[in-house]
Design a protein around this ligand. Structure first.
Ligand SMILES: [Mn+2]
Length: 331
């Protein structure tokens, strides 16, 4: 009996047969995006393939020591066309691809391979490896590397994928941490991933200004509703200015909010051009923040998602959000 190759095997076969890759991920890249793209970049280059990564958005400070010196921050459609194919990582739909201003994902005229773990992935590639049961795209790439026969995963690659797994699982605390995730993490340690460095840089390297910003934010701006079941913070721009914080360096804030015992749903709200950007987390699979995010023209996972309220009136925006939250909490 012959079994059909899986999408992962198809992707591996495609990669083995091609020589020139362009790598992309989502805008405002997080730890999984960064670990995934640079781990794969190094893996491809280590095996004699030519590969480039493009990340137009600025990268949070805590990741800077993990970056290779040579990656692109912009690209033109002519330069895209010079590559054989494009691998897009951790990005559920075309509009979230970090391709830079003035270019659209639809203009990528070369074959696209998608590797992602978002359940709402739109499968906009020629080969779509979408596995929502996998903790992170970094873990999925490690699984891909096992399909690439005799391709060695070097310590630098293992460290970057460990970084992606650690950040998307919140240091193996979130419910996307399966027995398989931990086995894969153990295998990465066997491959000499620098776990200690990842943990030090991710969780024990906060700037004093950021710590003080967080303290004031939680003291003065934390609100709770519905008997504490909904905890939320609006981050005032004045506070960001006071502590000279860059918003891209506040990735872990929402996890502090999620650690409040009574909260089933938490939200972090920021002003954006035409309204408010909302990041959402749930602590219980009965309460889907994925649904709320989709109602707010966004998306993500069921327990971690984000959307946007297109109204510049703060009170109106908060009412829109809390009405949706109330619906979810009341089942
Ligand atoms: Mn991810």
């Amino acid at each position: 009996m012959t079994t059909l190759p899986s999408d992962l095997q198809k992707a591996a076969e495609f990669i083995e047969k091609h020589d020139d890759f362009l790598l992309m991920t989502h805008e405002r890249p997080d730890g999984d995006a960064i670990g995934s793209i640079f781990g794969l970049l190094n893996l491809l280059r280590n095996h004699g393939k030519s590969a480039e990564a493009v990340l137009p958005d600025e990268i949070p400070d805590k990741y800077l020591s993990f970056l290779p010196s040579n990656y692109r921050t912009d690209i033109s459609s002519v330069e895209i066309a010079m590559h054989q194919c494009c691998i897009i990582l951790d990005t559920p739909n075309r509009s979230r691809v970090g391709i830079g201003p003035g270019l659209k994902c639809e203009q990528i005229g070369i074959p696209i391979i998608l590797l992602d773990h978002h359940p709402d992935n739109m499968r906009y590639g020629q080969i779509n490896v979408v596995q929502p049961e996998v903790s992170s795209t970094a873990e999925l790439l490690f699984m891909l590397s096992k399909e690439l026969r005799s391709w060695e995963v070097t310590p630098d690659v293992a460290t970057l994928w460990m970084l992606g797994m650690v950040m998307d699982t919140g240091g193996f605390r979130f419910d996307n941490t399966s027995a398989t995730t931990l086995r894969h993490a153990a295998e990465l340690l066997d491959l000499k991933a620098d776990h200690h460095r990842v943990m030090l840089e991710m969780f024990f390297s906060k700037s004093l200004a950021l710590q003080q910003f967080e303290a004031e934010l939680f003291n003065s701006h934390l609100r709770t509703d519905f008997e504490g079941r909904f905890a939320w913070i609006y981050i005032p721009e004045t506070l960001i200015d006071k502590y000279r914080i860059k918003m891209r360096d506040t990735e872990g804030l929402i996890e502090i909010l999620r650690s409040i015992r009574t909260a089933d749903i938490v939200a972090l709200i920021q002003r954006s051009n035409d309204g408010y950007k909302v990041s959402l987390r749930s602590k219980d699979s009965r309460y889907s923040v994925g649904w709320i995010a989709r109602e707010l023209n966004g998306g993500g996972h069921e327990m971690a998602a984000g959307g946007k309220i297109k109204n510049t009136n703060f009170d109106v925006a908060i009412t829109v959000l809390s009405d949706l939250v109330q619906k979810v909490l009341n089942g």
